[in-house]
Design a protein. Structure first.
Length: 139
């Protein structure tokens, strides 16, 4: 049964927490930085004042953030399964690259989005490991 599986529970709790945190940071960043998308600008240096324009939402890439959050959660949840990390990160990378290929993001948008998703998830998982460490004994 999936409910009794500790990996499903951990991904649901830790992965969900990482997804929520990275998504909030990403969407606040989009509204503060206000970078114009490449399909509407000839240069990556078109910015608007914070919270001023709804179409200036290129930086960072939410698709990359979400894809790398999920990939990192899977890689950290299944470290003994050697195929999980390469497959998860390959799919996340293809997702990010498709955003540049389809002219929806600049390369720096996807790099920052990927780093945001990866490092927030690592921090959430590492904090969870530290909080659930067995107590030290003097034997």
């Amino acid at each position: 049964m999936a409910i009794k599986n500790p990996h499903v529970e951990s991904i649901g709790l830790r992965g969900g927490k990482a997804m929520a945190i990275s998504s909030v940071i990403c969407f606040v960043g989009k509204n503060v930085i206000q970078r114009q998308r490449p399909d509407a600008a000839a240069t990556p240096f078109n910015f608007a004042a914070p919270f001023s324009k709804s179409k200036y939402t290129s930086f960072p890439s939410a698709h990359s953030t979400i894809a790398f959050t999920l990939a990192t959660a899977l890689a950290m949840e299944f470290p003994d399964q050697k195929w999980v990390a390469p497959v998860a990160y390959s799919i996340a990378s293809l997702t990010a690259l498709s955003r540049v290929y389809n002219n929806r993001h600049w390369a720096s948008d996807i790099l920052v989005g990927a780093a945001l998703g990866h490092f927030v998830t690592k921090a959430v998982y590492n904090r969870g490991v530290k909080r659930h460490r067995p107590a030290k004994t003097f034997m």
